[in-house]
Design a protein around this ligand. Structure first.
Ligand code: 4AD
Ligand code: MG
Length: 481
């Protein structure tokens, strides 16, 4: 018999029909009640086994983690919190799961333990909820842009360009099968990696996306990006996914409008589509909060936090205004900032960003017009700034609990200014000849931004470690599988 997804069974009001469900046993109580989950929803369906007429051998094999197929009658449930259950007439064990060996037990495991079992952690309620939310968010990303006439561009993963100029990249190296670098005679030269050229894994698809924006008008990328930063923070991954829209004829204000509208749309979409998962994650967080001292507890629940973002305008503040605020603030009575901003021109540290968002404005903040010398070469130089106080049309969006979630800018569209800037930073014109062509032929005002997808998933799920919102996190400690 064809099986039906559990989410559809639970939404079914037509009881008394014969149904088949397939899934994995979460728990088996009193030799009678199976909580069955198939991943289609956070909710389990209760399957009531007629244990008197089921072989002892079969009952013994209904253990946490086992894959089973159950056939029976769908009945209105007498139990609390469930609409229907299956009165089982036939059960088949599809795959055993030895309870002595299976690492995922029906109890709360620590996140550290689950990280070591990244291939199994999605079988827990929390991780299945997170990964469904992640999937829904990615669909919302495409839907937002596609509905508005943006074109999806796939930019290269292996590239010779370094979009951010940060110099923290993974080099691509070609090795023969046995892993030993060959000599020149053996053709593959360890040092020359990509068939004689130096290449790296992309840090951003922006520069390539810009070339497409200058032909297709509105484009976006959504793909993996790589940073070889050896940082062990809860906000950084070596491999993360980035969404990068790029729009011809948009200035910085239009760029900010787009980013704010986009973020609100994908959050709203996910709130609607993933109500059960978000409710579960909210409850999980509430439990966690209870173990914290009162003063450290969050003022808002997860859903309140998400709705707050939807209902409030992001506060737009220039870098210069932000520095003035920081100079005149003490983060709390007892403690000063570890690093005090005294000079205009210094880069903000994450403690400053968090102060602005969480203590001062208490809402998402868009910081713009940063000092030119702390931002990338491609950002548009503002006119009429004081000498020594040059700024660029950059914007960063800062989120409570997350810090920077978006980095973007209006791009420098003037060929001469761009070349000048590259020269000052020692970037060879020949290296980016193709990029400069966009300014040579039909240049125009254009803007874009990059949103770190995992940071968005962190915010929406209320999780606190970025390793817990991507299926297989790549960090300095973790690249096993
Ligand atoms: O601020 P970033 O470095 O900007 C760029 O790469 C631009 N080229 C984007 C553009 O204008 N098209 O990175 C953009 C965002 C950050 O705001 C952050 O959310 C995320 O990417 N990000 C990371 N996320 C996880 N792990 C890391 N190591 C990250 N580095 C950046
Ligand atoms: Mg940035």
């Amino acid at each position: 018999m064809k099986h039906t997804k559990i989410i559809d069974l639970l939404n079914n009001t037509k009881t008394l029909q014969e149904v088949t469900a397939k899934g994995w046993v979460r728990t088996f109580r009193n030799n009678q009640f199976i909580a069955l989950n198939d991943g289609s929803t956070i909710n389990n369906i209760q399957c009531v086994v007629d244990f008197e007429n089921t072989a002892e051998e079969v009952l013994k094999r209904i253990t946490t983690g086992a894959a089973v197929s159950v056939t029976g009658t769908l009945l209105e449930s007498q139990g609390k919190g469930q609409s229907v259950e299956i009165q089982v007439s036939k059960i088949e064990i599809l795959g055993d799961s030895n309870p002595e060996e299976y690492p995922i037990q029906p109890k709360r495991h620590s996140l550290e333990f689950l990280r070591e079992n990244a291939h199994l952690r999605v079988r827990t309620n929390a991780f299945s909820a997170i990964m469904r939310v992640r999937s829904t968010l990615s669909f919302a990303v495409h839907q937002y842009f596609q509905e508005r006439g943006f074109f999806y561009v796939n930019t290269p993963i292996i590239t010779g360009s370094d979009a951010e100029g940060a110099g923290e990249m993974f080099k691509v190296t070609a090795l023969p099968f046995d892993g030993t670098p060959r000599t020149e005679e053996g053709k593959v030269n360890y040092k020359e990696d990509f068939f004689g050229k130096e290449t790296n894994l992309t840090v951003s698809g922006q520069l390539e996306a810009e070339t497409y924006a200058m032909a297709l008008g509105q484009v976006y990328t959504f793909g993996p990006t790589f940073r070889a930063e050896n940082s062990n923070t809860s906000r950084h991954l070596a491999e993360f996914w980035m969404i990068e829209p790029e729009v011809a004829f948009n200035d910085l204000d239009a760029n900010m409008d787009l980013a704010e509208d986009f973020i609100k749309y994908v959050i709203k979409y996910t709130l609607d589509k993933c109500a059960d998962d978000l409710k579960f994650l909210e409850e999980r967080l509430l439990q966690e909060e209870k173990s914290k001292p009162q003063a450290e507890r969050s003022e808002m629940s997860l859903l309140e936090k998400l709705n707050f973002v939807l209902d409030n305008n992001f506060k737009r503040v220039s870098y210069t205004e932000a520095i003035d605020i920081l100079k005149n603030s003490t983060p709390n009575k007892k403690k000063k900032f570890n690093y005090i901003i005294e000079e205009w021109g210094a880069d903000l540290q994450s403690e400053h960003e968090r102060f602005l968002v969480e203590k001062h404005f208490k809402c998402p903040v868009i910081l713009f017009d940063y000092p030119a010398n702390i931002k990338a070469f491609y950002m548009r130089l503002n006119e009429n700034t004081e000498p020594g106080k040059e700024t660029v049309r950059a914007m960063d969006i800062l989120f409570p609990g997350i810090g920077e979630i978006v980095g973007g800018s209006q791009r420098e569209e003037r060929l001469d200014v761009l070349i000048e800037k590259m020269k000052a930073l020692g970037i060879e014109e020949e290296e980016l000849w193709w990029y400069l062509d966009t300014r040579r032929f039909g240049s125009a005002v254009h803007s874009g931004f990059g949103l770190g997808f995992e940071r968005l998933v962190l915010f929406v799920t209320g999780m606190t470690n970025i390793r817990d919102v991507i299926p297989f996190p790549r960090t300095p400690q973790n690249a096993e599988f």
